[in-house]
Design a protein around this ligand. Structure first.
Ligand code: MCA
Ligand code: AMP
Length: 512
C-alpha cells in the first residue's frame, strides 16, 4: 500500500470532479479535476528539474494556489517541503538553507536577487513563484507536457512509506538556534483523518482560509481538512477583517489565531446575520482569552472551538464539536493521542496538578533534522514528547494550558524565542546584557519587549536597538519597545527573573 499522504488526498479529489476546490479572489474557481492535473504537473516539473525523492524543496513565497500546488506536488513526487515565513530576512534564510541543503529554492520574484547568494551557498537551484500566477517555476510547470485540466488520467503519486519525510518545519529554539521538525507522510495523514472526523468536515463545507501557508496551522490543518473532506476553500491571500467579513455569509468553517477574532469583533457588521451559514469557528496557536470567547458568543450566538497544537505534532487537543466548549480549556487529547501532565521526571501527576504536558501518538514528528542530541533531550524513554507547555488536566481529561516552561513569546500567533533576540541585542556595542519578554497586548495577545542594561557611558537609544536588528531579524520578532534599566533582576541562582520583568512591564500597553 502506498502511504504517500497525497495518494489519500488524490483518491478523494478523484471523486469530486468539477466540484470547486479553491475560490480565489480575482482568479476564479478551480475544480478538484484542475487540482489533480496541476499537482501531477508540479510533480513532473520537480522530476524534470532533477529533484529526487527525499530532496528538500525550500519555499519562501506569498500565499497563492501555486504555492499550495507546489506543496502538494512535493508530496506527490516524494520531495520534502520546507516552508518559510515570508518575513524572514536573508541571514535567517541562509541559516535554514545551510541546514536543510535544499535541491530547489523557490521564492517571490522580488526576493530572487537577494536570495541568489543564499541559493549558491547551499548549491540549490533558484526559481520564482508569483502570487499572481507567474514566475519561472510556474513557467516550468506550464511547459510540462501531459494531462490538461478536466482529465482524470493523471500519474499516480510516488510510493512512500509512512515514516518517509513529507516536510521539515522550522521552529525557533530556546537556545536561539532554529530546529527543523521532521514530519512524515504518516504524521500528516493521521492528524488530518482524525480532525476531519472530530470536526465533522463534509464535502459541502466551505472553509474560509485566511491563515498564512508557511505554518502548520494554515498549510496542514486548514488545507488538509478541506482537501481530505473534498470541500471548498475560499483562499484569501492574508487575513484582513473586512475581506473575511464579506465572505462569511458564503462559508461554513473558519480557522484563526486569537488576533483574527479580536479584529473581527472590531468590525461593526460582524453579527449573527453575517455568520448565519457558519457551523464552526476554530481557534488556536495562542491562548484565546475568556473575554474574547464570551464577547464572540454574545455577538454571534456561536461558541469558538479552541484547540491546541504545535509544529512538532499538528493538533494535539481539541474542545468537542458536540458538547461543551469551555473558555480557558483546550479540550481533550485527540482520540489517537495520549497526553499526560508530568513532573520534571516524566512521571504523570495526579489530575488537577500543574506540570508539563507530554504527548505521544501517530501525529508526533520524527525528530529534529540533523539534531539527534536535541531530539533525545525532548523525548522520554517511553516515546512521550515534552511539549514545554505547562498544563493541568481535570478528572474528565480536559486540558488547560496555564503557562510555558519554555521561554517563548507568542505574538499574533507567531512564535518568538527571546534567546534569539537577546543574542542579537547583546552583541550590540554598549550593551551589557538584555532580557526579551512578552507583555499583554490588546491586538497581538503578547508583544515583544526588550529590557536592556547598557554601559553607563553609552548613549544607546531605543531606536538604535530596533534599527540595528531590522536587517537581521524578521519584523515580527523586533521588540516593539526597548526599556533601559541599570541591572537585570536575578534570583539567588543568578538567573534573570523574567517573571518579575513581565510584571514590571505588564502595563506597557495599558492592561496591567
Ligand atoms: C505582522 N507583524 C507582526 C505580526 N504580524 N508583529 C508582531 N506579531 C505578529 N504576529 C508586523 C509586521 O512585520 C509589520 O511590521 C506590521 O506588523 C504590519 O504587518 P502586516 O502584515 O500588515 O500585519 P498583519 O496583516 O496585521 O498581520 C497580523 C496577523 C498575522 C494577521 C495576525 O501575524 C497572522 O496572520 N498571524 C497568524 C500566524 C499563524 O498562522 N500562526 C500559526 C503558527 P512593520 O510595520 O515593522 O513592517 S502556530 C501553529 O501552526 C501551531 C501548529 C498551532 O497550534 O496552530
Ligand atoms: P508552533 O511551534 O509555532 O507550532 O507553536 C506551538 C505553541 O503554540 C505551543 O507549544 C503552545 O505554546 C502554543 N499554542 C498553540 N495552541 C495554543 C492554545 N490553544 N492555547 C495556548 N497556547 C497554544
Amino acid at each position: 500500500m502506498n502511504d504517500n499522504f497525497y495518494a489519500r488526498l488524490d483518491a478523494v479529489a478523484a471523486t469530486r470532479g468539477r466540484h470547486p476546490c479553491w475560490i480565489l479572489p480575482g482568479r476564479g474557481t478551480w475544480s478538484y479535476d484542475d487540482l489533480r492535473s496541476q499537482v501531477a504537473r508540479q510533480a513532473q516539473a520537480l522530476r524534470l528539474a532533477g529533484v529526487l525523492p527525499g530532496d528538500r524543496v525550500m519555499v519562501q513565497a506569498e500565499k497563492s494556489p501555486e504555492f499550495l500546488l507546489l506543496y502538494l506536488g512535493c508530496l506527490h513526487a516524494g520531495a520534502v517541503f520546507v516552508p518559510l515565513n515570508t518575513a524572514y530576512t536573508e541571514p535567517e534564510l541562509r541559516h535554514f538553507a545551510l541546514d536543510c541543503e535544499p535541491r530547489l529554492l523557490v521564492c517571490d520574484p522580488a526576493s530572487a536577487q537577494a536570495l541568489a547568494a543564499v541559493a549558491q551557498s547551499c548549491g540549490a537551484m533558484l526559481r520564482t513563484l508569483d502570487a499572481a500566477g507567474g514566475g519561472s517555476w510556474t513557467a516550468a510547470v506550464g511547459a510540462v507536457p501531459g494531462a490538461g485540466p478536466g482529465t482524470t488520467a493523471v500519474p499516480a503519486p510516488i510510493e512512500r512509506a509512512t515514516d518517509d519525510l513529507a516536510a521539515i518545519v522550522y521552529t525557533s529554539g530556546t537556545t536561539g538556534r532554529s530546529k527543523g521538525a521532521m514530519l512524515s507522510h504518516g504524521n500528516l495523514a493521521a492528524n488530518a483523518a482524525t480532525l476531519v472526523d472530530l470536526w465533522r468536515f463534509r464535502a459541502d463545507d466551505v472553509l474560509l482560509h485566511a491563515l498564512p501557508v508557511y505554518h502548520v496551522h494554515g498549510l496542514f490543518i486548514a488545507s488538509h481538512c478541506a482537501l481530505l473532506a473534498g470541500a471548498t476553500m475560499h483562499l484569501l491571500p492574508r487575513f484582513e477583517a473586512a475581506a473575511v467579513l464579506a465572505l462569511l455569509p458564503d462559508s461554513t468553517v473558519f480557522m484563526g489565531v486569537p488576533t483574527f477574532y479580536t479584529r473581527l469583533l472590531e468590525q461593526p457588521g460582524f453579527d449573527r446575520a453575517s455568520v448565519r451559514r457558519m457551523r464552526l469557528f476554530l481557534c488556536g496557536s495562542a491562548p484565546l482569552l475568556a473575554g474574547t470567547f464570551a464577547q464572540f458568543e454574545q455577538r454571534t450566538g456561536q461558541r469558538i472551538l479552541e484547540r491546541y497544537g504545535m509544529s512538532e505534532a499538528g493538533m494535539i487537543t481539541s474542545n468537542p464539536c458536540e458538547g461543551d466548549r469551555i473558555a480557558g480549556s483546550v479540550g481533550f487529547a485527540l482520540p489517537d493521542v495520549q497526553a499526560r501532565v508530568a513532573g520534571p521526571d516524566g512521571v504523570e501527576l495526579p489530575r488537577g496538578a500543574v506540570g508539563v504536558l507530554e504527548i505521544r501518538g501517530p501525529n508526533l514528528f520524527r525528530g529534529y533534522w540533523r539534531m539527534p542530541g536535541r531530539t533525545a533531550e525532548e523525548f522520554r524513554q517511553d516515546g512521550f514528547f515534552i511539549t514545554g507547555d505547562v498544563a493541568t488536566m481535570d478528572p474528565e481529561g480536559r486540558v488547560s494550558i496555564v503557562g510555558r516552561a519554555k521561554d517563548l513569546v507568542i505574538s499574533g500567533g507567531f512564535n518568538v524565542y527571546p534567546k534569539e533576540i537577546e543574542l542579537e541585542i547583546d552583541a550590540l556595542p554598549g550593551v551589557i546584557e538584555s532580557a526579551v519578554i512578552g507583555v499583554p497586548h490588546p491586538d497581538l495577545g503578547e508583544a515583544v519587549v526588550a529590557v536592556v542594561a547598557r554601559q553607563p557611558t553609552e548613549a544607546l537609544t531605543e531606536q538604535d536597538v530596533i534599527a540595528a536588528l531590522r536587517d537581521r531579524l524578521a519584523r515580527f520578532k523586533l521588540p516593539r519597545r526597548v526599556f533601559f534599566i541599570d541591572d537585570l533582576p536575578r534570583n539567588a541562582m543568578g538567573k534573570v527573573q523574567k517573571a518579575r520583568l513581565r510584571a514590571d512591564f505588564a502595563a506597557t500597553y495599558g492592561q496591567a
